[in-house]
Design a protein. Structure first.
Length: 301
C-alpha cells in the first residue's frame, strides 16, 4: 500500500514536472542538460522532468523602459539634462537569453551613450527644435546594435530637456523680447491698416459725393431742359392757336380790339406808377392813337 502511494505521488510529480503551460505573449527558453534545446510557444508543452529546465522567461509584448536622466554637453558647450523613455520588444528569445547577460541594461547604457553623442553634435537651440531628429537617431543606433540581442527597438521619446537656470532665464528674456517685438509690429501694422482704411473710406465718400453732385446737376439740367421744352411747346401751341384765331373770321378785328384795350390801359396807368409823368414827345400823335384805340373799342362793342 505504501509503495502504491509512493508510485502515485511520483507519477503526480512527474506529470507536474513534465507539463508546462506557457501564457500568451510569453516565450520560455528550454535547456536540456544545460544546453539550449527549444523555445516553448504559448500553450501546453511537455518536457522531460529532471532533464529539461526552463532557463529564461521572456515577455513578447512591447516594453517601455525609462532611461535615467543624464547630463549631455551640446556643441556650444552648454550642459543639458536629458531624460527619455525607450520602447522595445523581444523578437528572438534565444538571442535575448544568450546574446548578452542583461539586454535591458545593455539597451539602457547604449541609449544613454547614443543620446550624448547625438546631442554633442547639436547646438542648444537645435536640441529643442529637432527633438524628432534626436529620437530617430537614437532609435536607428539602438536598433542596429540590439539585433544581436534579439531585441527590436521601436521608438525613443525625449521626456524633458532641462538647461541650466542661467540659460533658462536668458531664453525666457529672449522669448519675452520677441513677443514684445511682435506686439509692437502688430500694433504698428494695425495703425497702418487703420489709416489706409480711413483714407480709402474718405476717398470712397468723396467719390460718392461727387457722383451724387454730378447726378444731381444732370438731373437739374435735364429738368430745366424739360421745363424749357414744355414752356416752348406751350408757347408754340399758344402762338399756333392765336395764329389760327387770327386767320379765322373776325380774328383781325379781335386782335385790334385787344391791342387797343391794352394800349388804353397802359396809358391810363402811367400816372399811377409814381410822381413823375412821362409823356410822348408828340402829344398830337398820342391823342390820335388814343382816339383810334377808343374808336376801335367802341366799334367792337
Amino acid at each position: 500500500m505504501e509503495i502504491a502511494t509512493l508510485i502515485l505521488i511520483a507519477a503526480v510529480i512527474f506529470i507536474v514536472k513534465a507539463v508546462k503551460v506557457v501564457p500568451q505573449q510569453h516565450a520560455w527558453v528550454l535547456e536540456r542538460l544545460g544546453k539550449f534545446h527549444a523555445v516553448l510557444a504559448p500553450g501546453l508543452n511537455v518536457v522531460v522532468p529532471f532533464v529539461d529546465r526552463i532557463a529564461y522567461k521572456h515577455l513578447l509584448k512591447e516594453i517601455p523602459l525609462d532611461v535615467p536622466s543624464q547630463i549631455c554637453i551640446t556643441k556650444d558647450n552648454t550642459q543639458l539634462q536629458v531624460d527619455g523613455i525607450l520602447y522595445f520588444q523581444v523578437t528572438d528569445p534565444r538571442l535575448a537569453s544568450y546574446g548578452t547577460s542583461d539586454f535591458v541594461l545593455a539597451i539602457t547604457q547604449l541609449a544613454q551613450t547614443t543620446l550624448r553623442s547625438v546631442i554633442g553634435k547639436m547646438e542648444l537651440d537645435k536640441t529643442f527644435e529637432e527633438r524628432d531628429d534626436i529620437n530617430r537617431a537614437v532609435v536607428a543606433a539602438l536598433d542596429e546594435a540590439a539585433m544581436s540581442w534579439g531585441v527590436k527597438v521601436l521608438r525613443y521619446e525625449i521626456k524633458d530637456l532641462t538647461p541650466p537656470k542661467e540659460i533658462l532665464h536668458a531664453m525666457q528674456a529672449q522669448i519675452t523680447a520677441e513677443r514684445e517685438k511682435r506686439a509692437v509690429i502688430a500694433t504698428s501694422e494695425g495703425k497702418q491698416q487703420e489709416q489706409i482704411n480711413l483714407a480709402n473710406g474718405a476717398r470712397q465718400a468723396a467719390i460718392a459725393q461727387s457722383e451724387g453732385e454730378k447726378q444731381a446737376a444732370i438731373n437739374r439740367a435735364q429738368g430745366e431742359a424739360e421745363a424749357i421744352k414744355a414752356v416752348a411747346a406751350a408757347n408754340a401751341q399758344a402762338i399756333q392757336q392765336v395764329a389760327q384765331a387770327i386767320q379765322s373770321q373776325g380774328g383781325i378785328e379781335a386782335v385790334n380790339l385787344k391791342v387797343a384795350e391794352k394800349y388804353v390801359d397802359a396809358f391810363s396807368g402811367v400816372a399811377k406808377e409814381g410822381n413823375t409823368l412821362i409823356l410822348p414827345g408828340n402829344l398830337t400823335d398820342m391823342g390820335s392813337m388814343v382816339a383810334a384805340a377808343m374808336s376801335i373799342v367802341k366799334a367792337q362793342k
